[in-house]
Design a protein around this ligand. Structure first.
Ligand SMILES: C[S@@+](CC[C@H](N)C(=O)[O-])C[C@H]1O[C@@H](n2cnc3c(N)ncnc32)[C@H](O)[C@@H]1O
Length: 321
């Protein structure tokens, strides 16, 4: 059985691929409550959304306001209302599966050579995290053919694409990519795989490419999956096979105070000739630093803990037929 979801809605200005100025009924907005605390909501006239700062009334607090506005909630606290982007969606979307995050997505988008007008095949759709980034990059005239064999996930993803006003750029197929392929042949500039057995889909990926070829990427958490995928890529004539892993270190910016060692007075130094070579920075009150025996400065510190392994990215080129 195959479902094809391909809904077109050009009427509403808010879209995940185009910026709009004012919030309208039906828009998806991101409520920013603080760092690491955001929530996506769909704007409906008459509706209310509860936050820890009180209620947001959609009709008065959202509709007609500018994206980016500071909105005061019923308990007096405030939030910012942000325009949705694929990056914000990735950290706010409802998880139906494991998802790809922006660090991997940025590399995938670049290394697949995606641009406006690109035609891309993807499987599985999963929670649509990568799909949204692909759609933003290939808009306004590219197309994404995404395959998901789990019926509810396929349906939910198609609904989200429609709600986010990108439905005209994507076709969601509910089928097994390893058995039935991508549902298209000879049209893709790029193919992306995030499934447990990507080596079984390589033959279908090869058929999906344009005669002039293109770029493929497969994401796998385990090295055994990578090995089987690379063997299959070689067997099917792919070139420039390369596997890499991307790790991100986010540095914290903070003020640190370093004590200066006291080596005693310089030779010939008197109180009147004493040089204070380490004047306190402007933002440190003299009382906090009376003798200039320390230096306070802003610095960026690497994280003590950081996100570890997500997966290996295997890239390859499908040469011209
Ligand atoms: C890890 S998730 C993909 C997440 C997605 N890349 C994202 O960023 O949200 C893998 C998805 O592939 C689907 N899947 C696994 N094997 C498949 C197959 N043979 N054909 C189609 N979909 C498949 C699963 O149902 C699951 O939804």
């Amino acid at each position: 059985m195959q479902f094809i979801f391909n809904k077109v809605n050009h009427n509403c200005p808010m879209s995940f691929v185009e910026y709009s100025e004012l919030i309208q009924e039906g828009d998806v907005v991101i409520i920013f409550l603080g760092h690491d605390s955001m929530m996506p909501i769909k704007v409906e006239s008459g509706a209310q959304t509860q936050t820890r700062y009180g209620a947001i009334r959609h009709s008065t607090d959202l509709i007609g306001r500018r994206f980016g506005s500071k909105v005061t909630c019923s308990k007096g606290g405030w939030v910012y209302v942000l325009h949705p982007t694929p990056e914000l969606w990735t950290v706010n979307l409802p998880h139906r599966t494991q998802i790809l995050y922006t660090t991997d997505i940025a590399n995938i988008t670049l290394m697949l050579d995606l641009k406006p007008g690109s035609v891309v095949c993807e499987s599985g759709t999963g929670s649509g995290s990568l799909s949204h980034a692909i759609l933003r990059t290939i808009a306004p005239n590219g197309h994404l053919h995404t395959v998901e064999f789990h019926a509810q996930r396929a349906e939910k993803a198609a609904q989200e694409f429609s709600d986010h006003k990108v439905g005209h750029l994507v076709t969601v197929r509910n089928q097994d990519v390893c058995k039935d392929g991508f549902g298209v042949v000879g049209i893709a500039d790029a193919v992306f795989l995030d499934i447990p057995s990507p080596w079984e889909a390589i033959i279908h990926a090869k058929k999906a490419f344009k005669p002039r070829g293109g770029r493929l990427c497969s994401f796998s958490p385990c090295i055994e999956q990578v090995q089987r995928t690379c063997e299959s890529l070689l067997d099917h004539g792919f070139k420039e096979i390369c596997t890499l892993e991307v790790l991100q270190r986010v540095h914290d910016v903070r003020s640190v105070t370093l004590s200066l060692p006291d080596f005693g007075p310089e030779e010939g130094e008197t109180d009147s000739t004493k040089i204070t070579s380490d004047p306190a920075p402007e933002d440190v009150p003299p009382a906090a630093n009376p003798s200039y025996s320390s230096v306070t400065c802003k610095t960026a510190t690497p994280p003590r803990e950081m996100a570890g392994h997500t997966g290996y990215l295997t890239f390859a080129t499908k040469p011209r037929d």
